[in-house]
Design a protein around this ligand. Structure first.
Ligand code: PMT
Length: 401
């Protein structure tokens, strides 16, 4: 039986003809023992009644941001914290537009804006509205923010037209949320470790060798893993990025510190190496600031390859070891060499020769090479690093579950 005991779903119904189908989704959730709270937007009440929603969800129904009684019992912040997941079905063009602009003019948009939980949108609207550039741009923005979009599907519409824009079937929406929540339960015991950012290799107390890595790609992967319920550790070189407080976060500066922190956090089930670790360090670091001089020769020696160490560990090798390959030429060839030489299960190749992707950009374009999978190569085309991370984590989840 599909069991969602103790899982908390905040279900938001917007004003659209397909709102009546949401009652069936609520019924399916209730049958799986999920705990439900529901928000009806002002327009939703034109299509379904609070009474029918309350009796099907057997939970509280909210409708007004400034309802004193509701705010005393549970304010909009607590409501967003209460939920494990937020589902908006149907999601109208108007709500999609409000969310993409960060508007908070009613309870539904305020709760979503105040939330750090996964939000699923099941859009429903006329085919022309669906295809309109403004709506498509809004959806693109929301996908970049990490929202998951379910559907819509193609079919006959209430307005008499035919095309894409019809809300997905209740069972399909239910299945998607069920899979998300049950994977989250399964993933809870799975430990993931991510390295991110550059390292600083000191020449003297004030000078160091580093690189252009911002840490974004690794941080986004850690964020996506955490969102899916993994017990996530992020080991980061120096960056200016914020991190999720629930992630086990370890800040390091040098490759040696990153190596020690990684060793200390083994064993894990999954390890992803997105850090741009310096291959070399000073053979001998100067204790005092080097004085100005005509010439200076410094000797470098190899740093420990952290990925190599982990992927060849006798007793603590993770089940899934994923490396990154930062390349400026012969992307496939060089990445495949690293897949074999570094004993990875997957290697994710990215081109770091361009300004619009790779190092220190919001965007990336990657090719995943798999060692033992049926499919050997997959390209994820240019998109936000947050989206690339979601797609990588989708693949991790389906591999380990
Ligand atoms: O940080 P961003 O600005 O978001 O940019 C993202 C990124 C381009 C840094 C990232 O996507 C990426 O490619 N990371 C790996 C960079 C790198 O050092 O690649 P490499 O080809 O030199 O190394 C191959 C693999 O070995 C990497 O997984 C690296 O983390 C690992 N390695 C390398 C050397 C070392 N001493 N220890 C390691 O673990």
């Amino acid at each position: 039986m599909n069991d969602l005991t103790n899982k908390k779903i905040l279900f938001i119904i917007c004003g659209g003809v397909s709102a009546y189908k949401s009652l069936e989704i609520l019924r399916l959730f209730k049958k799986s023992n999920a705990k439900l709270k529901t928000i009806l937007t002002k327009n939703a009440k034109e299509f379904v009644t609070p009474l029918s929603v309350a009796s099907l969800s057997q939970g509280k129904v909210y409708d007004d941001l400034f309802n004193v009684e509701n705010e005393a019992e549970m304010d909009h912040i607590s409501l967003s914290r209460w939920a494990d997941v937020i589902v908006v079905a149907p999601a109208t063009a108007n709500t999609i537009s409000k969310l993409s602009n960060g508007s908070s003019e009613d309870l539904a948009s305020t709760v979503i804006l105040a939330s750090n939980k996964q939000v699923f949108l099941a859009p429903a609207m006329n085919v022309r509205m669906w295809n309109h550039n403004s709506n498509q741009n809004n959806l693109k923005t929301l996908k970049n923010y990490g929202y998951k979009i379910i559907g819509p599907i193609i079919g006959d519409m209430a307005c008499g037209e035919y095309g894409e824009g019809k809300m997905s079937e209740p069972k399909d929406i239910y299945d998607e949320i069920f899979n998300f929540l049950s994977n989250k339960i399964k993933n809870k015991k799975i430990k993931a470790l991510v390295t991110a950012g550059p390292t600083n290799e000191y020449i003297d107390p004030v000078r160091y060798i580093t690189n252009k890595s911002s840490g974004k790609q690794g941080y986004e992967i850690a964020k996506s893993l955490f969102k899916r319920g993994f017990d996530t550790t992020l080991i980061s070189g120096p960056t200016n990025l914020d991190f999720n407080e629930n992630i086990n976060f370890i800040k390091v500066e040098t490759a040696e510190e990153m190596f020690k922190a990684t060793q200390k956090n083994l064993p894990v089930d999954i390890a992803i190496f997105a850090a741009a670790v310096s291959d070399f360090k000073l053979s001998k670091k100067y204790d005092k600031k080097i004085k100005k001089q005509e010439n200076l020769t410094i000797n470098l020696e190899k740093n420990t390859d952290i990925l190599n160490y982990v992927s060849n560990h006798n007793s603590k090798r993770p089940k899934l070891v994923i490396g990154f390959a930062a390349e400026t030429d012969n992307l496939d060839e060089n990445a495949l060499e690293k897949l074999t030489n570094k004993n990875c299960d997957w290697i994710i190749a990215n081109d770091v020769s361009k300004k619009d992707k790779g190092f220190n950009s919001e965007f990336n374009e990657v090719v995943i090479h798999y060692k033992n999978n049926k499919i050997k190569r997959e390209k994820l085309s240019l998109k936000k690093k947050s989206e690339i991370s979601e797609e990588i984590v989708d693949r991790i989840v389906s591999q380990i579950n």
